[in-house]
Structure formats: C-alpha cells, structure tokens
Design a protein around this ligand. Sequence first.
Ligand SMILES: [Zn+2]
Length: 421
Amino acid sequence: MAKRNRVIKLFLLLFATFFISLNASNHLKSIKIDKGELKLIFENKIRKSNISTFTLNTPYRRVFDFKNAQIYNKDLLKNLYAPYNTKFRLSQFKKNIVRLVIESDKVFRCSHYSPILSSNIYNISLPYPIGYNKNSNTQSKPKPKPKLKQEEVKIVKEEPINIKNNDISELPWYKKLLEGNSKKNINKTKKSYRIVIDAGHGGHDGGATSGGIKEKDIVLQIAQRVKRMLLRAGYTVYMTRDSDHFVKLSNRTKFSNRRKADIFVSIHANAVGKNSRANIAHGIETYFLSKARTARAKRVAAKENRALLSRKDYHSRNVILNDVINGPKIILSNKLAIDVHNSILEYTRTLYPNTKSGGVRPAPFWVLVGAQTPSILVEVGYITNPRERAKLRKASYQTMIAKGIVKGIRKYLKNRERELN
Ligand SMILES: [Zn+2]
C-alpha cells in the first residue's frame, strides 16, 4: 500500500510538472528577416496547435495568432526594415496571444513553418523579396531604408486589456520578466547566461564511497572550482548546494527551473560494486537525459537515482521515466554533453594522456527529469579505481576537470549563438 501511494504521488508530481510546462507562456524573443522570410524566435518550442492564421482584405493582411505566447520586448520590430510595400504590426493581442500582422499591397501566397531541429523558430514567407524595387522590377541590393514610422513599429493594442497608452511595460508579467532581464538586449551577455552547477549527493547521502573517499566531497570540490571559474568568466552561477548538506533530487531541477537556467550540469563520481571490475573500471562518462540504451547507462542511472526511491520501486520508476524522457531539450542536452565531455578530456589529458573516455551516453537520471533546460550529468571518474581515486583527490586534476567543464559550456553557448544569428 505504501508503495502504491508513493507511485501515485510520483505520477501526480510528474503530471503537475507537465501541466505547468504545457501552459507556461512562451516568449517571443526576437524577429529577423532572413532569406526573404520573417523569422520569429521564441524561447521554447512552438506548438502547431497554438498557431492560427487568417487573412483580411482592403488592405490585404495576413494575420498570425500565437497562443500561450508573450512579447519579450516591445522593441522587437524597431530595427526591422520592412521590405517593399509591406508593413508589420506586432501586438500582445490578448494576455496570452501574440498577434503578428503582415500588410501588403498585393495578395500573396504565404508559407509558414518551423525549421527541422529548430522547433522554437517560426518562419513566414514575405510578399516581396528583400531588396525588391518596383521601378527596376529586379532584385537590387538592399538599401538602408529610413526607420518605419513610429505608428508602424510600436506595440499595437488591438483589444483593450487595461494597457495604458499601448504600453505593455506596466503589465505585471512584463515587469516580472524585466526583473530577471534588466538588459533589454536580446543578445544575451555572458552575465545573463544562468548556469546551474549541481554537486551530487551531500549530507547523509555520501554517494559512492571507496578507500575512505566520499563522492559527495570530491564532486563538491570540483563544483566549487567550476563555479569560481564561471564567475570569473562573467557568467551568473547558481549552486544547488555549496556545502555538505542533502538536497532532494526533485528539488535540484526545481531549483534550476525557478532560476530559469540556460544550462544545468550535475557532477558525480562513478563506482562499481565489489567485484573483479572494481579495481579496473575507470574513465570519464557524460550523460544526458534519455532512455538508457546500454547496460552500463542503466547501472549508473540506477546508482544515481537511488536517493529517490528504494530498490523495490525500481520497476515503477522505470515505467515513469520511459514516459517522460522524450522532451524537446534532448538534442541540445546531447550537444552540451558532447562539448563538455570533449573539453574535459582535452584538459585532463594534459596531465594524464591516458585518461579514458567512457563516452557520451543517454541515461534516465532522475536529477535531469523535469529540467526545462539542456541538462547533463558528468561522471568525473571511478573512485573505486585506486589510481583514478588518487587523481580525483588532487587539486591539479580537479582543476583540469573544472576547466574542461567550463570550456565545454562556453563552446556550447557560442555554437547556439551562432545558430541564432
Ligand atoms: Zn553520484
């Protein structure tokens, strides 16, 4: 009975998490014109069911409504030069509907879609090609045009929702948004990247223990090195724990989600049971949340998940995990895992050229479930292996691991920025 209650509680928790994430507002973060298309960049995946479109006549207008969405910044259209005889209007049409209107002097065929692998972007084709000029009737080089008239670029209130003077800056959700984003600039500065570092275990949960060394201590030392380096590099860093105390697995991702983290990195040390492999197994492994495809990934996940459930719940835990690990962040988490993993090897091998790569692997870790952000778990080495254990205690080796994690994070962020620009 107790077991069944626990399973029911877990389902409720997961259901609540999903319900919240489904209904959470998606912010429209920026708009660009790229290759003759309008490119709308949202914070999160845009669901097709949340988009509706229709046309109006005299003048001809193509209207798009994005449900469960909010405008991130009222200056989104400010630096956007509309092509020939085209006008854009953007409004917070209703509290949770963003409306985009494309006005044209002619009826045009409009294709609109999310590019593959970029489910947070929505492309809309425009009536005239960029640089179109009626007089020459050919495509010419785009000339810098004068800014659109104020009336065309400001946020238009098409239905009164208690906004004074069309000003969304007085709306509570907008104020709240700005609290965390004092910079209105859409291009994130380093400072505005929020990175959560999660040192595994803590307090009564020592994690793996071997040769008098506890996983919880090693990983906290490494996590603190990572924190200091990231702070020095100018990032905003949050630690799920910064001392030796216990933090529930579910609270670690909640912590991350509340702080709207851009990246979540959990740091652990590996171990194998008392068998013939105990002295042999070694190497660094990096995991991202997904179904475990290998026995090793399953074993490591079971070990790290232990803090949540007792052994007898193993089966029900797997059933639940299999249902929740198909989130949209998997591809990004995989990319982050690859960047961090390779960078750790690059640095640790400057000290120990034979440092083994255990690879980048998918695994169903509880600590990564529910993270609305690219999330990985690094197993920095086996403390059951005497040689690796000795290395992991050394400040110089911990520093190399930390440097690798930081470089991997920077590389990942740089690549995402390049993709957006
Ligand atoms: Zn661990």
